[in-house]
Ligand binder design. Structure first.
Ligand code: GDP
Ligand code: GDP
Length: 435
């Protein structure tokens, strides 16, 4: 399970600076695409080969003080729910503030591991302000400079040595694929959840003011088990404002982590928005298989339909492998077909391939098309094995692999897709030098 680390703290302590530092250093595991390179509030990063998700809970500044505290409290509470570890940032230059103490109180209630991070310690060894931070009762502070990078390594080592080791979540195992819906408000997620569950719809309670986890609804269809992770209801609870927008993003992230298959729901009449690309980006980086669902296909002219398809092809070119369906959730048209892809993607993403099988494929693939020469020597791919499931991860060993051009990596990916009959799920290729 991908670990989630939340950055919490009042405005200006350096959360976004720290966020940028963490996410910039990630190794690119998938091709770059627009959306992930922009300023954002959640992103993926790597520490010693381990992938994790970072959430920046700040970045918005309501005008009134009261609003600020309230909004911060909501974000903080959400972070506690969603995160495996919390980095609580305070400002070495400003010292301890009343807001810091409020946040600390909230965090202590949450029971998640908290790392007190004193930021802006630009000069190493400047420790004069530290004793006052001990007053927060959160243990030894880690000193960092988000701007310059000092102390970040030590902090991450501490965080990761406390986290449980990675393993696929066993919750709901044997209950069939867990399905999550991804999409902006009003694209038709609730309508689709209803259509997919049919009459067996379980009513979801929306109590104002309570934050709740996404609801899991186990159900059966044609004798097969499924679990719907329903985040659609949460919108109704919400009020206006930016805090809200984020709130649902965090909820959606929670659902993405749990899901085996993600349905990306788009409104044919609206197209795809920046926020969609962000979330798709995260789904891709987490390695989740995606089904693109273009909803509200009813009542559109052939001309409009063609234009929509063309636009989506262009905007979603980085998930070319994802199956695309056009449906009407309202009328139930095309909804049953979604299950074909859900079943297949779920099975494919859990497949295991023997090392022998992979290396036979590798041999043929190399024979068809040799890796290029660099500096007078041919790049050598010696062997590969499967490094993990969901996403199916292929680990390649050989010489000069860091110099393997992108074009050859793309060839490898498409050739392995063909050889292994995995045409619709994300594949992750990792390269290990010199073994
Ligand atoms: P946020 O509101 O918590 O996201 O804070 P920002 O990341 O926007 O940072 C607020 C201000 O603090 C910006 O002017 C940053 O350049 C500055 N800042 C962030 N980290 C450091 C640091 O390590 N040292 C110094 N001197 N300034 C920093
Ligand atoms: P959510 O915010 O994504 O959960 O969206 P809802 O399911 O609440 O749907 C938003 C609006 O779109 C409602 O008025 C639905 O009736 C309408 N809607 C949903 N699916 C369709 C569809 O397939 N066709 C049409 N025409 N309207 C739809």
């Amino acid at each position: 399970m991908t670990a989630v680390i939340a950055l919490v703290g009042r405005p200006n302590v350096g959360k976004s600076t720290f966020f940028n530092r963490l996410t910039r250093t990630r190794e690119a595991l998938v091709a770059d695409f627009p959306g992930l390179t922009r300023d954002r509030h959640y992103g993926t990063a790597q520490f010693e080969g381990r992938q994790y998700l970072v959430i920046d809970t700040g970045g918005f500044e309501p005008e009134e003080r009261e609003g600020l505290v309230a909004a911060m409290a909501i974000q903080t509470r959400l972070a506690i729910q969603e995160a495996d570890a919390i980095c609580f940032l305070v400002d070495a230059k400003e010292g301890l503030s009343a807001q810091d103490e409020e946040i600390a109180m909230e965090l202590r209630r949450g029971g998640k591991p908290i790392y007190l991070v004193v930021n802006k310690m630009d000069a190493k060894g400047a420790v004069s302000e530290l004793p006052e931070f001990h007053r927060l009762g959160l243990g030894m502070p880690y000193t960092i400079s988000a701007a310059h990078g000092h102390g970040v390594e030590t902090l991450l080592e501490a965080v990761f040595s406390d986290l449980p080791s990675e393993e696929i979540a066993q919750q709901d195992a044997g209950k069939g694929p867990r399905i999550a819906m991804l999409g902006r408000p009003n694209v038709g997620k609730s309508t689709l959840v209803n259509a997919m569950l049919g009459e067996k719809r379980v009513l979801v309670f929306d109590e104002p003011g309570t934050t709740r986890d996404s609801i899991r609804i186990p159900y059966e269809r044609d004798g097969k088990p499924y679990v719907m992770i329903d985040t659609a209801g949460m919108r109704r609870r919400a009020r206006v404002g930016e805090g809200l927008e984020k709130l649902s993003v965090l909820k959606t992230l929670g659902a993405l982590r749990e899901a085996d298959v993600v349905l990306l729901v788009l409104d044919a009449r609206v197209g795809i928005a920046e926020q969609d690309s962000h979330l798709v980006g995260v789904a891709v980086e987490l390695g989740r298989p995606i089904v693109v669902v273009i909803n509200k296909w009813d009542g559109m002219s052939p001309h409009e339909r063609k234009a929509v398809k063309q636009e989506l092809e262009r905007r979603l070119s980085f998930i070319q492998y994802a199956p695309v369906y056009t449906i009407s959730a309202l009328h139930g048209t095309g909804v049953g077909d979604l299950y074909k892809s859900i079943d297949r993607l779920w099975q494919d993403s859990r497949k295991h391939f023997s090392t022998g099988e992979l290396n036979r494929a590798l041999g043929e693939i190399i024979e068809t098309h040799q890796p290029p020469m660099v500096g007078g020597r041919r790049i050598k791919l010696r062997y590969c094995h499967q490094g993990g499931e969901n996403p199916v991860t292929l680990v390649f060993h050989g010489n000069q692999l860091t110099r393997l051009p992108g074009s050859y990596k793309r060839y490898l990916e498409s050739a392995f897709r063909k050889a292994l009959h995995l045409d619709s799920i994300p594949l992750r290729l990792l390269f290990r030098q010199g073994e």
